[in-house]
Design a protein around this ligand. Structure first.
Ligand code: NAD
Length: 357
């Protein structure tokens, strides 16, 4: 499929390819929809096998950001940047500053910050060239690491799922299998342990697993075996695309709720999970805590307010499950409809002319 066809398929507004021969920067900024405000989304740096995969990631992730911003009412649109390169070997000051200049050139149509392969420190460097950044470290005037807020959102989301499915959000005695105990997964493990859950964890990083086993008495399994474990909740907190043809038949859980973006790449998989009686909590709602934090930073950061807004994901999910039942659709379809409705309603308001100040 050609690039314009791909943009038309998901309704993308703009795709910005930037290149700097000095630093070797190759970046793609995808702006999906700015009806609700400036596009907000992280910058991922990854050594994609092909250019097409870099484009596809930017398009898919920016679509997800529109949905996440709309449903959490943060008054932003959706965007995402990808830098095509190896974060371990290709990241230099010149590359980051060149990227900052290209972001600056969009004059606030796009605000960005950390994602996989980039850190808050990288944006302190890029920040010498642009003001349109979020998620900066606290010493640089930002709101700092978003993973604690994201983990809190996932925790409230799992409780909402439990309340909907089991009639109580008390997770005591429930078994939760966490795939990936990195920044979000490790903190989520702490919250679940405090709530009296049994934990099963997997990670390709042996040290990360060891920390959670020691601190929270988790049982470790091989990364390849996490789909087969008997559990109440499966929490994908590592990679996207993990719910697919090869994995869903192996799952032995009742709820799926985790931090990873785009856990399901094909909507058909979402239907199959629904038919299997598994409650799949829409990823772009349950993992919205980080977005809520950085959107709050744009307003002038207040951690208490950001946490309160993140707690509200619990009620948002209950409303979404109720809507799904009312319409006889999956929770994911109900969430997509809520997104569409909000964009249409607020898009209509912007038809009212306001003179420039
Ligand atoms: P992270 O890089 O700190 O942690 C990811 C962990 O997954 C790492 O420990 C890594 O070793 C592990 N991992 C990689 N491949 C694996 C595999 N095949 N099996 C098991 N473990 C594997 O990232 P994070 O910040 O904890 O984010 C986790 C996920 O949540 C990512 O997909 C991220 O995009 C998403 N997310 C994060 C935030 C946030 O605020 N950090 C917000 C929204 C979404």
């Amino acid at each position: 499929m050609g690039i314009f066809e791909q943009m038309a398929e998901r309704g993308h507004e703009q795709l910005v390819f930037s290149h700097d021969s000095e630093s070797g920067l190759r970046s793609i900024i995808a702006l999906h929809d700015t009806t609700l405000g400036s596009a907000l989304g992280g910058c991922r740096m990854r050594d994609y096998p092909t250019e097409a995969e870099a484009v596809d990631d930017a398009l898919a992730l920016s679509w997800g950001m529109t949905a996440k911003s709309a449903i959490t009412r943060t008054n932003h649109g959706g965007g995402k940047a990808v830098i095509w390169g190896d974060p371990k070997t290709d990241k230099t000051e010149i590359l980051l500053r060149a990227f900052g200049r290209f972001v600056e050139g969009l004059h606030g149509r796009f605000l960005t910050g950390t994602d996989m392969g980039t850190t808050g420190e990288d944006f302190v460097v890029a920040g010498q060239e642009t003001d349109w950044l979020v998620g900066l470290p606290e010493y640089a005037g930002g709101s700092g690491n978003t993973s604690v807020t994201t983990a809190h959102g996932v925790w409230h989301g799992i409780r909402a799922g439990a309340s909907h499915l089991w009639g109580s959000d008390d997770l005591r005695g429930k078994t939760v299998a966490i795939q990936g105990v990195g920044k979000v997964g490790e903190y989520l493990a702490e919250l679940l342990d405090e709530a009296g859950c049994e934990l099963i964890v997997s990670d390709v990083d042996g040290e990360a697993v060891e920390r959670v086993v020691t601190a929270h008495g988790a049982r470790a399994v091989d990364p390849a075996d996490i789909y087969d474990v008997e559990c109440d909740v499966f929490s994908p907190c590592a990679l996207g695309g993990v719910l697919n043809e090869d994995t869903i038949g192996r799952l032995r859980c009742q709820i799926i709720g985790g931090a990873a973006n785009n856990q399901v790449t094909d909507p058909e998989i979402g239907h199959r999970l629904h038919e299997m009686g598994i409650l799949y909590i829409p990823d772009y709602i349950i993992n919205a805590g980080g977005l809520i934090q950085v959107a709050d930073e744009v307003e002038g950061f207040n951690r208490e307010r950001a946490m309160k807004k993140t707690e509200a994901l619990y009620q948002l999910l209950l409303d979404c499950f109720a809507r799904a039942e009312e319409l006889s659709v999956t929770p994911f379809e109900a969430a997509d409809r809520l997104v569409e409705e909000r964009i249409n309603i607020l898009g209509a308001v912007s038809r009212i002319y306001l003179p420039r100040r």
